[in-house]
Design a protein around this ligand. Structure first.
Ligand SMILES: CC(C)(COP(=O)([O-])OP(=O)([O-])OC[C@H]1O[C@@H](n2cnc3c(N)ncnc32)[C@H](O)[C@@H]1OP(=O)([O-])[O-])[C@@H](O)C(=O)NCCC(=O)NCCSC(=O)C[C@@](C)(O)CC(=O)[O-]
Ligand SMILES: NC(=O)C1=CN([C@@H]2O[C@H](COP(=O)(O)OP(=O)(O)OC[C@H]3O[C@@H](n4cnc5c(N)ncnc54)[C@H](OP(=O)(O)O)[C@@H]3O)[C@@H](O)[C@H]2O)C=CC1
Length: 431
């Protein structure tokens, strides 16, 4: 077992072949977590009804998803076991596989901006939009002070409103508008509530200064001051398959990725593959996946044309170099991150101690997921690996239970017919 310098390891041989209980125990042991984290990760009532009732409205129960662990991740020289809540087969396997390949080449390298969010305050139809803009910019210090008076906890932690920006839209369907942005360092929070409070607090003074009414006061999910970046570099040998040498696979990945740069139809699917990994970790850690999705796709369209969030190039020595950059507004406090017991246990399992560290690991998972799909698409095609794992779902749909599931799944994969009809026939044969 390779261990990193924290004594934690993300490499657990044979994990896939264990029972669910044995896997959970192995994962907790590898993460150095005590047994008491086990119940929260096991599901089956880990989110008490009373707690759920306090989280949203009109609660009638809880809804569960499988929680899997992506293995093999090394990010900036540190090992991470990554919790992923997702319903789609082959996502966890593909991420783990690509992380295993990356691990042999130094793993993933990441960086991130300070956790700065934007809140927007919309001023409607000022008589003098440019004059209003300049008056607001001149009142920068006063507006920052009003904003920061709202959250002494945040400012005490070194965060708070750090700047303002003002933009004029002289022609909208509702006339001219001046939009003030508050730029707020939200530290370890996702930050929506924190910045919304500030936006509402500055609004009356903004209206006074601009000489016109204010309407919207809300954060922007295009968190482009809070970007995260991940990079991986794989020598061609790492990508060699039975049928293709490494250089061919590298070229195949680069070719496949190029279409997503220029074609929105392909970019949507390519980015969906990235979000397969990102959303699963965002969800497992109790974060707001709609916010992450909105930010990612708005960032992908920032030039006016929707494009790929990642880039794949051929670097020195024929290495495959992959890079990903996107907004990542995730937190370790606030929202469900501190109330949901499984989310808290997932964060402990990862061993992240800041929102930025969490964001960076998530970006590494997104890049690994993207490579998993591209490698499969550039070589054997997506159906082989994906459908093999999907076969278990099909077996269950056909009515298989217990050990019938694996037997039926193996039979329909061997027959090359991963369909419910074939699974029913196989089930009849073994019953
Ligand atoms: C599925 C694999 C990994 C099989 O690939 P394989 O070559 O059969 O795998 P393997 O059995 O040789 O195992 C290699 C490693 O993969 C992992 N692995 C392998 N199997 C398991 C498993 N059952 N449970 C847990 N981990 C698994 C595991 O890490 C293992 O190493 P180990 O740690 O064992 O030494 C491969 O075919 C693959 O990566 N396929 C791509 C799958 C994928 O991308 N799925 C996403 C869903 S499709 C989609 O929604 C997005 C898409 C595709 O449209 C995006 C786009 O178009 O860009
Ligand atoms: N468009 C969108 O995306 C929207 C999203 N939301 C929701 O907002 C929620 C997230 O808002 P968020 O502001 O993060 O949540 P919270 O308001 O729950 O948490 C943030 C607060 O936690 C306190 N805090 C304690 N320790 C820290 C620390 N280390 N770093 C930062 N803050 C700390 C701060 O002050 P204090 O203790 O004084 O509160 C801070 O204001 C999510 O549930 C999201 O779904 C809401 C509206 C819109």
């Amino acid at each position: 077992m390779v261990k990193d310098n924290d004594g934690r390891t993300s490499r657990i041989a044979g994990l896939r072949d264990m029972t669910v209980e044995a896997r959970r125990a192995a994962v907790l042991a590898a993460a150095g977590l005590p047994e008491d984290a086990s119940a929260a990760l096991a599901g089956g009532g880990a989110l008490p009804k009373a707690l759920a009732d306090g989280m949203i409205e009109n609660v009638i129960g809880t809804f569960e998803l499988p929680l899997g662990i992506a293995t093999n991740f090394t990010v900036n020289g540190r090992d991470y076991l990554v919790p992923m809540a997702v319903e789609e087969p082959s996502v966890v396997a593909a991420a783990s596989y690509m992380a295993r390949l990356a691990r042999g080449a130094g793993g993933f390298h990441t960086s991130s901006d300070a956790p700065v969010m934007r809140a927007q305050v919309q001023v409607l139809r000022p008589a003098d939009p440019q004059g209003a803009r300049q008056r607001l910019l001149a009142a920068r210090d006063e507006l920052i002070a009003i904003a920061n008076a709202q959250d002494s906890v945040l400012t005490g932690l070194g965060g708070g409103c750090i700047d303002i920006e003002v933009q004029v839209f002289s022609d909208t369907p509702a006339g001219a508008m001046v939009i003030l942005h508050l730029l707020v360092d939200v530290r370890d929070a996702m930050g929506a509530n924190a910045v919304n409070t500030m936006a509402e607090a500055v609004a009356p003074r903004v209206a006074e200064i601009a000489g016109a009414p204010v309407r919207l006061r809300i954060l922007s999910n295009l968190a482009d001051r809070r970007l995260v970046r991940a990079r991986v570099e794989l020598p061609p040998e790492a990508l060699t398959t039975e049928a293709l040498d490494g250089a061919e696979v590298v070229q195949g990945v680069v070719d496949a990725a190029a279409l997503a740069v220029v074609d929105p139809y392909r970019a949507a699917t390519h980015n969906k593959g990235i979000m397969n990994g990102i959303d699963a970790v965002v969800l497992a850690t109790g974060n707001d996946w709609r916010a992450i999705e909105a930010g990612a796709h708005a960032y992908a369209a920032r030039s006016g044309r929707y494009t790929s969030l990642s880039r794949w190039e051929i670097g020195a020595g024929g290495a495959l170099v992959g890079t990903l950059e996107l907004p990542m507004a995730v937190g370790l406090v606030g929202g469900a991150t501190k109330t949901h017991p499984a989310a808290q246990a997932a964060v402990r399992l990862m061993g992240v101690t800041s929102a930025r560290e969490l964001a960076e690991v998530i970006a590494a998972v997104g890049l690994a997921q993207n490579l998993g799909a591209l490698r499969a698409l550039a070589t054997e095609g997506i159906q082989k690996g994906h459908m093999t794992l999907h076969a278990r779902n099909i077996a269950i749909l056909a009515g298989a239970t217990g050990d019938q599931v694996d037997r039926v799944a193996a039979a329909i994969v061997a027959a090359g017919a991963v369909t419910v009809e074939r699974a029913r026939a196989e089930l009849r044969d073994i019953s």
